[in-house]
Design a binder for this molecule. Structure first.
Ligand SMILES: [Zn+2]
Length: 409
């Protein structure tokens, strides 16, 4: 089937410009042509969607979500059977899609293979949801962020196994290779403590330089993304020095860390939403005092530090940590406003959730821009984000793979 989108304003994520009165021709699930409406020859049998009053752009990509979790303060999914969690994750994938996030990167799931199965079920058309790029289980260390027995002993979680525990470079290699064997798209490592693991110190480097190097070596051999969770300054620098692909949060980065990220081409996914929401609303909503305290201490400096990295030329990629307490799938558009508030341009905020994110996932040949032969993942916003960034939450039209999921125009 042929479809034509008549676009009043079209965000060109190739160069960041906005083009007026364009026509986008879609043949089945692929983009076939992009032309000015004035010279476009309308095919006779095409279905036409008039987006003349809308801001059309590539499908949004959230490069940091947790599909297993639903935003509950206690992260109750940690102790629930994996099959039950899978049902929730499938719903979360649908909710992301219906928010305009046609692709999400899952940054850590509750079982080794569950998220890949959900990814594959959606790709096979068995279920509806965002495209999913997976980590499988995260790799941490004894007494590290989300390490099961440590958490269990201290906080009473039962059957909590969302991690691979590795305590030397060889074990990191084994864990990373195991996750690739399980079909994960990338390798996720926990380099420092975390906000949500009571008792871990967010400032501490918990994964050794040698262990990080081992993960990076496996990633390089297999041509895979290595994603490093890091809040603390030393951990951020270690991850950047060893050449991970991307650092998540990057909360307390200093000038030396910024230089290392620029030099090694390391991307940064800030996830402003999670720290801000936990700091402001956590206490009233039953989130642990430990997590609220850590977030409140980190949030203000976080924005300043990310802005410095941005000004120095570090590639910023859109990510929200949705699924963690009070972060709800399909409702994470507030991150755009937080990015702009931090000093990131609207153009870069939009690129960060389209082309930049696609490039991070190494999926730039199929998604991230509206170009000929790419998959037809396209959304339309009511309003204009260049005038009011808050308009990003008004997603009125959603197409994924050439299929229209929402047409509220
Ligand atoms: Zn996360």
């Amino acid at each position: 089937m042929l479809q034509v989108l008549l676009c009043g304003a079209l965000f060109d994520a190739v160069d960041g410009s906005v083009k007026k009165n364009m026509a986008v021709l879609i043949d089945e699930n692929r983009i076939a042509a992009i032309e000015p409406q004035a010279s476009f020859v309308m095919p006779e049998d095409a279905r036409v969607v008039d987006l003349g009053k809308h801001f059309v752009m590539p499908g949004l990509i959230d490069a940091h979500v947790h599909l297993a979790f639903c935003g509950t303060p206690a992260l109750s999914e940690m102790t629930q059977p994996v099959e039950f969690v899978a049902a929730k994750a499938l719903k979360n994938a649908k909710d992301n899609l219906m928010g305009g996030f046609t692709t999400v990167r899952d940054e850590g799931y509750v079982s080794a293979q569950g998220c890949q199965n959900i990814r594959d079920a959606i790709n096979a058309g068995i279920a509806q949801g965002s495209r999913i790029f997976t980590s499988g289980l995260v790799i941490t260390q004894t007494a590290g962020h989300l390490e099961p027995s440590y958490t269990q002993e201290r906080f009473g979680f039962q059957s909590f196994k969302p991690v691979n525990v590795a305590n030397c470079p060889d074990e990191v290699v084994a864990a990373a290779r195991f996750m690739l064997k399980m079909g994960a798209d990338q390798i996720k490592i926990m380099v420092t403590g975390g906000v949500l693991s009571k008792g871990t110190n967010v400032g501490e480097q918990n994964m050794s330089n040698e262990e990080i190097r081992a993960a990076v070596a496996v990633g390089k051999m297999h041509g895979r993304v290595v994603s490093a969770h890091a809040h603390g300054t030393e951990g951020i620098k270690a991850a950047a020095r060893e050449g991970v692909t991307v650092i998540e949060h990057c909360t307390t980065i200093d000038d030396e860390g910024i230089d290392l990220m620029v030099k090694n081409g390391v991307s940064l996914v800030p996830t402003f939403t999670v720290l801000k929401v936990l700091a402001e609303k956590g206490a009233a909503n039953g989130v642990s005092a430990d997590a609220v305290g850590k977030s409140a201490a980190l949030a203000p400096k976080h924005m300043e530090n990310v802005k410095k990295a941005y000004d120095a030329g570090v590639r910023i990629v859109f990510g929200t940590d949705t699924g963690t307490p009070l972060g709800y799938h399909g409702m994470q558009h507030g991150e755009f406003a937080l990015m702009v508030q931090a000093g990131i341009s609207v153009q870069d905020a939009l690129l960060s959730s389209t082309r930049y994110a696609a490039e991070l996932l190494q999926w730039q040949n199929s998604i991230g821009t509206i170009e000929k032969n790419k998959l037809a993942d396209i959304v339309a916003i009511e309003g204009d984000p260049f005038v009011a960034i808050q308009d990003m939450e008004k997603v009125a039209f959603i197409m994924k793979d050439g299929h229209i999921y929402k047409q509220n125009i």
